[in-house]
Design a protein around this ligand. Structure first.
Ligand code: ARG
Ligand code: GLU
Length: 715
């Protein structure tokens, strides 16, 4: 695994990009006024009303928030959901065991009765979106203190939401946009009976693994299938055997007509978080301080995990998922920093700030705005850093500290409740299922050293400082002595716990260090960090409002896990001098990457057979090739995984699952030359379902669209 890390670091980027429009994640109800004419000029054959309508069925009725962390879409009139394999991964894993290892072998329900229920998994539709800015902001007078203001906003949000949903089975979510300059309300309908229908083996759904993650060219069949069940009135209901497949208001027809470079595309989904209006000071801090530190911490952690995982199969399995999630953002930040460098993001933002200063000259309100930003960013730097070290190291990487943290409330309570104890017992069980003592100890040794040498002294627990010269043995002693590193000890301890046992925890060395870390976080980091970041938010609110008022441009709100539409074109890109990436991949590339027995590039035999026989059914392109993935210039981010990729006619052509490495800085600044979203071609999805899995009953419930040669010519 180390080789992969080194290969990624060694990769350098030389080239440059210019910044242009077409970026953005747009609010569906504003498409008509802001985007429709441009979208039509780019090739859209539908109207804005076809994409989002309150009164008639529209594309939005086929898009769901999948569990709140991914996107999915309806692909049949029987509630069939298409989403990513990596979005369904946790659920597929939960149904797997050594005897029935669906992660490794895949799973295909032969009929409805074989579809697995997933307690807690939800599918949420957007019923309508309303501008509630006046309702929220009119309730606030200018003379309120910060606390009073927050209270007033919360009150207005609660009452507006209540009024909008009274007497319905809908929920209302109200969120700030443009740093609180506007508020929008999303009326939602949430289904709670969502069952697993099918998933390919990981050797297809996760083909390429962490090696290919964030990379193009890509050959991953990153999809899985679920189904929404409703009560007999087609309404949301808790799981019941009596529930029936949900009839959606719309489902996507699936195009078998393929794609060409330059084709219009849209991605409709729930992007999580972007920060497009940061100032140059913020970007400089992210690029030069925060990202390098986080990257370095994770790199050290991955090295330690690598070593232990390579040495033991048991540890390899225990740490596989943790490794993947640490590696995911480690690799993203590396790409982001390179992209920021290559796009000259800091000087580009500085130019925009100069424009801003010119455009607002003579308006006293903005006179000092940039200086005020600069002051705050200078002041927050140490706290921002300390906060990210706290989150990255004791809070998330040294798991004994994470476990001990969960006991802080218990120690404080005079009379522990049954519920409290049950929760801790569950926590202990999940913790130790994937815990390795030696790995955790070495992580602590390596990472505490960084924590202690790299942060200003005020943020370092005294015991780490005083044991600086013999840190390794100090950490080892602590791990040896503590009950938080030994399953049996802590289980016995909690089994007959009573309040007087709190003393014992208080003496535990890991618990003491945990409290010291939290004390520093609660008293030295959080208050000042919170104060400064609130001030930065207030400045940002003024800045963004003024940009929109005085500086010509098209300003879309940052992603905040609400429904958005991005549009662009099927497109290739040139990552660096003399390298030109094609915009699509084919099954030939799967065979090229095939590495029998390897973690990331092994293949199921019957897939190899199908590819060797070119047995692609109706899913191959005109030239007989089987497409796998493609790139397009839609502006996407985390949360857009599983989003439908839609053509000019509103038909499904792909399933979004990643971005290219060179373009991951699009969360901060988008570059049309470098930023691409990566999708699995829907024809590959169908090929796997039909030819590989033989699940033809699923194909039959879908609506496939295949034009005749005549019709294609007429396009
Ligand atoms: N990079 C994609 C996303 O951000 C996929 C992550 C899952 N895959 C993996 N190999 N870790 O979520
Ligand atoms: N894989 C990401 C997700 O889970 C999408 C990739 C991105 O960040 O654009 O949402």
């Amino acid at each position: 695994m180390m080789n992969r890390i080194i290969a990624v670091i060694a990769f350098t980027l030389i080239s440059f990009g210019t910044l242009t429009a077409k970026e953005g994640m747009w609010l569906p109800q504003l498409l008509k006024s802001l985007n429709e004419s441009e979208m039509k000029s780019m090739g859209l054959k539908l109207s804005a009303e076809d994409i989002y309508s309150v009164n008639n069925s529209s594309l939005k009725d086929a898009v769901i928030s999948f569990g709140g962390f991914c996107t999915g879409e309806m692909i049949s009139d029987q509630g069939l959901i298409l989403t990513n394999h990596h979005c369904g991964y946790g659920r597929i894993q939960s149904h797997s065991s050594v005897e029935n290892d669906y992660l490794t072998n895949g799973y295909w329900a032969n009929n409805h009765s074989e579809e697995f229920k997933n307690p807690g998994l939800t599918a949420t539709f957007i019923i309508r979106i309303e501008d509630v800015t006046d309702e929220i902001l009119n309730s606030i007078s200018a003379d309120l203190t910060k606390e009073e203001r927050e209270k007033a906003i919360k009150k207005a949000i609660d009452s507006t939401a209540k009024l909008a949903t009274e007497g319905t089975h809908y929920d209302a979510v109200i969120k700030p946009f443009y740093y609180g300059n506007e508020y929008y309300m999303f009326i939602t309908e949430t289904f709670k009976d969502v069952r697993l229908v099918g998933a390919p083996p990981s050797s297809i759904g996760k083909f390429g693994g962490d090696t290919d993650n964030w990379m193009w060219p890509r050959h991953t069949g990153d999809f899985s299938l679920f189904r929404i069940y409703a009560d007999k009135d087609n309404k949301p209901a808790e799981y019941s055997e009596d529930n029936v497949p949900f009839k959606p208001r719309h489902h996507f027809p699936i195009s078998l007509n393929g794609i060409k470079k330059g084709d219009f595309t849209m991605v409709y989904g729930f992007p999580g978080r972007t920060q497009e209006y940061l100032t140059s000071y913020a970007i400089q801090q992210i690029k030069e301080v925060i990202n390098p530190r986080r990257i370095d911490i994770r790199e050290k952690a991955l090295e330690v995990m690598d070593k232990h995982m390579d040495a033991s199969d048991e540890v390899r399995i225990k740490y596989a998922s943790k490794y993947a999630s640490i590696a995911n953002y480690w690799k993203k930040w590396l790409g982001e920093n390179r992209g920021l460098e290559k796009a000259n993001a800091i000087s580009m933002k500085k130019e925009q700030e100069d424009l801003f200063v010119k455009a607002t000259a003579g308006k006293p309100k903005y006179d000092n705005l940039m200086n005020e930003f600069e002051k705050r960013y200078t002041a927050i730097e140490d706290y921002e850093q300390a906060r990210s070290y706290f989150i990255e190291i004791p809070y998330r990487k040294v798991e004994a500290i994470g476990l001990a943290s969960a006991f802080r409330d218990l120690v404080k309570s005079e009379e522990p409740t049954e519920e409290q104890l049950e929760k801790l017992k569950k926590r202990i069980e999940t913790h130790f299922k994937d815990y390795d003592y030696a790995t955790d100890m070495e992580l602590a040794q390596v990472l505490f050293k960084k924590y202690q040498t790299e942060l200003p002294e005020q943020f370092v627990p005294k015991s780490l400082k005083s044991n600086q010269s013999k840190l390794d043995s100090y950490v080892k002693e602590m791990h040896d002595e503590s009950i938080f590193t030994k399953r049996k000890d802590i289980e016995e301890f909690i089994a007959d716990y009573s309040a007087k046992d709190a003393k014992k925890i208080e003496k535990d060395p890991i618990f003491q260090l945990t409290l010291a870390f939290w004390d520093i976080y609660d008293n030295q980091i959080r208050p000042e960090y919170g104060r400064l970041s609130d001030e930065i938010d207030s400045l940002s609110k003024i800045y963004v409002a003024a940009l929109r008022e005085f500086v010509p441009g098209r300003y879309y709100p940052d992603a905040n896990s609400t429904l958005r539409l991005a549009y662009g074109k099927v497109d290739n890109y040139e990552p660096r001098d003399a390298v030109n990436y094609e915009f699509f991949t084919t099954t030939e590339g799967i065979i090229e990457k095939y590495d029998p027995g390897s973690d990331d590039f092994d293949l199921p035999d019957n897939l190899i057979q199908l590819i060797e026989n070119e047995d692609y059914g109706q899913y191959a392109d005109e030239n007989g090739h089987m497409p796998v993935c493609f790139t397009a210039s839609n502006h996407t981010t985390g949360g857009n995984s599983g989003s439908p990729v839609i053509n000019a006619n509103g038909e499904l052509i792909g399933l979004n699952f990643d971005r290219n490495w060179e373009g991951t800085m699009s969360d901060i600044t988008y570059d049309i030359n470098q930023c691409r979203n990566i999708s699995v071609d829907v024809r590959y999805v169908l090929f796997i379902v039909d030819k590989f899995a033989g699940a033809t009953h699923l194909i039959e419930e879908m609506t496939l669209v295949k034009n005749t040669a005549e019709e294609k010519k007429g396009e």
